[in-house]
Structure formats: C-alpha cells, structure tokens
Design a protein around this ligand. Sequence first.
Ligand SMILES: [Zn+2]
Length: 110
Amino acid sequence: MNYPAHEVQFHMYRLGRRNRVAQLYVKNKDTFREFYPTTDIDKYMNGQIISIGGLLARMCVACGTAREIERFVSKATNSSGCGNTCDSCRTTQRRTEKLHAQYLTVRSKL
Ligand SMILES: [Zn+2]
C-alpha cells in the first residue's frame, strides 16, 4: 500500500473505525492494520483509554478534554468501560436542567 500516512490518519479520524477506512481503500482490515498500526492518538480520538505519563485517561466527548478515568462513571456497555462525559460536564448538565426547570416554573406563574 502506498497511501500517504497523513491521508490515512485523516480518514481514521473522520470515519472512526479501521474497518470503514479499510473498506474505503478496498483492503482487508488485517492487511490494513499492518500498514497502519493503531497509535495512542487514534485510540484517544476514538474515546478509548490511553496512558499519559502513567495516568489512565480518556477524552470527554462534551468538553473534548483529556481527564483521568476516575472522573468518568463506570459504564459496562461502552467499549472503554466508562461513560462518555466527565464529572464536571455531568454537573454542568444537571445544573442546566435544574435552572431550566426553575425557569419553566417562574414562567408558568406569570
Ligand atoms: Zn467534560
């Protein structure tokens, strides 16, 4: 395979999964893995857990920040084993919902 690595990387980030990129280049995904092995950056961009300086971290989908896995709730259905949003984003979401409920209450009394 003689595709430029940056082009393949672009499609990896765009499509998210190796088998989809392999399908795009009409290649077997195992052949494709030899040509383009998964890097930590790929794993990080896909929301998987990576090790940064000995700390296990993943990217929060809401704020796009790398955070320690302790700051995510446990979620067995996800491949990473933890939720997609960090504790501070979940708190903000709860606060937003509460403020919206107060707004609706005040509006109904007017
Ligand atoms: Zn977040």
